[in-house]
Design a protein around this ligand. Structure first.
Ligand code: SF4
Ligand code: SF4
Ligand code: SF4
Length: 313
């Protein structure tokens, strides 16, 4: 969608006025995560078959891949989700766990983690991204003005923009196969397709118990850490691994969601009656700082630029 500078400003100002911070942050209260959905990714069980990727592609009517799903050449570089692939499976050299030392690779699936306090939602000036009742962070293309603040704010660099789309570019990311795609109680396409139960969909609290039980049963196999329990304020997607998470693309994150910072600024703006657009430069600067966690594509095995100001783990 092309916008003139004038139409962008009008839409942004109108949207900012319509979507009060109180309304948009109501989905980010401290009870977030209770009674809500999640998905547990057990990287020790992933065999790199990419059926999850294929199922996601079909469910979301994405264009066919450039290379066949079974082509192992895609693992030659570490990929990131983009507007053509809402989820990717990457291969990292080395065993997924000490107990599996004979296994040469670790595979790990990556997508939007559906944060409990999503920075993308608090950064969106028109409310095009919202956190729904079950915890899915979903996108409304009819409201989006294309400002891409969500891309800057996300601590995992997930939202992707359709730069190649000349007429109506959208922001794309995993929406957790939210209703009506998933249907009430049904698994998301990726979890339903996984042949090894490396992906388990369910209630987030139950998944935390499952994760803890797996760790307790096999302390030789798993790190005593569930990635996503607290990272970036907690996420709906949770990860188990037998090696440091940073080695498989899951970088340390502070326990505090970056949304807290952007919300504080927005609330101040509304309280003192300032025009929101006048301070978005400041917001942008703060969110730019959060990009220090940026994880660029790189060949497997090369170290990623990990590190944040506050390393949570
Ligand atoms: S991972 Fe990024 S895009 Fe997904 S909910 Fe969190 S902040 Fe938003
Ligand atoms: S939940 Fe749905 S949209 Fe998200 S990665 Fe899985 S299949 Fe794709
Ligand atoms: S379908 Fe399951 S086992 Fe296959 S790549 Fe995806 S997460 Fe791994």
């Amino acid at each position: 969608m092309k916008f003139s500078r004038r139409s962008f400003l009008m839409r942004a100002a109108g949207g900012a006025a319509l979507v009060s911070p109180a309304a948009r942050t109501s989905a980010q209260d401290d009870s977030a995560g209770k009674g809500q959905v999640g998905c547990l990714v057990d990287t020790t069980r992933c065999i790199g078959c990419r059926r999850c990727e294929e199922a996601c592609n079909l469910r979301n009517l994405m264009p066919p891949p450039e290379r066949p799903w079974t082509d192992p050449g895609v693992f030659d570089r570490v990929r990131r989700p983009d507007y053509r692939s809402l989820t990717v499976v990457n291969r990292y050299p080395g065993s997924p766990a000490a107990a599996l030392a004979s296994t040469p690779h670790t595979f790990s699936k990556f997508q939007c983690l559906h944060c409990l306090k999503p920075a993308c939602v608090s950064a969106c000036i028109v409310g095009a991204l919202t956190r729904s009742g079950d915890g899915s962070v979903v996108y409304n293309p009819g409201i989006c003005v294309g400002c891409r603040y969500c891309m800057i704010a996300c601590p995992f660099q997930i939202p992707a923009y359709e730069y190649a789309e000349p007429v109506h570019p959208l922001v794309r990311k995993c929406e957790f196969c939210a209703d009506p795609k998933r249907g009430k109680g049904a698994d998301p396409a990726c979890a339903a397709a996984c042949p090894t139960e490396a992906l388990v969909f369910g209630n987030r609290e139950d998944l935390m118990k499952t994760a803890r039980a797996r760790i307790a049963a096999r302390p030789d196999l798993y790190l005593d850490h569930v990635y996503g329990e607290r990272e970036a304020g907690g996420t709906s997607w949770l990860y188990l691994a037998g090696r440091p998470f940073a080695e498989i693309g899951l970088l340390p994150q502070p326990d505090r969601s970056p949304a807290v910072r952007t919300e504080a600024i927005q609330h101040g703006v509304y309280r003192y009656g300032l025009i929101p657009l006048a301070v978005y430069g400041l917001l942008g600067g703060l969110m730019w700082r959060s990009r220090r966690n940026r994880l660029p594509e790189c060949p497997p095995g090369e170290s990623s630029p990990a590190g944040t100001e506050e390393e949570g783990k």
